[in-house]
Design a protein around this ligand. Structure first.
Ligand SMILES: [Zn+2]
Length: 282
């Protein structure tokens, strides 16, 4: 089964009141885990080329490997670039990604609007939707006073109107990765609703690992229709490898196979939670 139109996936999710999972690939085995989970759960999936893989194998290799694995499967998939800088977004469009996220967060707000609008114009010429992120999301190692990090409603409204982005990733109490010692805060659902009503486009939550199930469902009901999760799946893969090697010095393939098996199960759990399981019947 084929490449799937990301805009339609997200629109269907919005109409149906569920969300699509977006997960990072890291190598052949993790990519297989994601597409096998999508097949088994009959769920559409965003296969993401994330920030860690780029210095590791480069965008082209990551894309080609993901494409090969996905096209061999029966999964309904999208190949998405996560947090791409300008040049990488252009490269991704040329390579054949069918969804991109442009990250202009390092720029002053006005510059961010200008460059995002330009990327949106180019991507839309190729029929590719664009995601952007607004609001600060803490990274590992930062100390956090949450309200300073939330997406501002007025800024979000202006940003979406002036850039034409298709989905907006927001900051409402989430982190990228895991911050040791950071007390988790309940998601700011009120703020999410305010942003949804102001911008009128589907919202995205990054860093969705470790969020309690009831908060995931509340976020979905408040307008979030794409969740990016990586850490929980990585931990599942790692646990499989460690379980094999705890028994002795087995081959790398045996360890990775167990990692893959556990990552399939963990991914299916996410798909069920997000409500997208069964939405891509074969
Ligand atoms: Zn992000």
């Amino acid at each position: 089964m084929p490449w799937t139109d990301p805009a339609k996936l997200i629109e269907d999710a919005r109409a149906g009141g569920y969300a699509i999972g977006a997960f990072n690939m890291h190598n052949v085995e993790t990519t297989e885990a994601l597409v096998w989970a999508a097949e088994q759960a009959e769920a559409p999936v965003f296969l993401q080329v994330g920030r860690a893989i780029v210095p590791h194998m480069g965008v082209r290799k990551a894309f080609e490997m993901t494409k090969r694995v996905a096209e061999e499967s029966n999964a309904q998939f999208v190949i998405h670039l996560d947090h791409g800088p300008w040049d990488e977004c252009l490269e991704a469009i040329k390579l054949g990604f069918n969804s991109i996220m442009y990250d202009g967060a390092h720029l002053p707000f006005e510059e961010n609007i200008k460059t995002t609008r330009r990327i949106v114009e180019i991507a839309h010429d190729f029929g590719i939707p664009v995601e952007a992120e607004l609001g600060k999301i803490p990274d590992v190692g930062e100390s956090v006073h949450w309200p300073d990090y939330y997406t501002d409603v007025g800024e979000a409204k202006r940003f979406v109107e002036e850039t034409g982005v298709d989905y907006l990733a927001i900051s409402v109490g989430i982190v990228h990765g895991v911050i040791p010692g950071l007390k988790p805060e309940p998601l700011a659902i009120e703020r999410t609703l305010e942003i949804r009503d102001a911008v009128g486009i589907p919202l995205v939550l990054h860093g969705a690992s470790g969020i309690p199930e009831n908060e995931v469902l509340a976020a979905c009901a408040a307008g979030v229709h794409k969740f990016n999760a990586d850490t929980d799946l990585r931990h599942a893969f790692r646990a499989g490898i460690e379980a094999v090697w705890a028994k002795g010095d087995y081959q790398l393939e045996e360890a990775m196979a167990e990692g893959r098996t556990r990552m399939v199960a963990a991914t299916i759990e996410k798909m069920k939670l997000y409500g997208c399981a069964g939405k891509a019947p074969r």
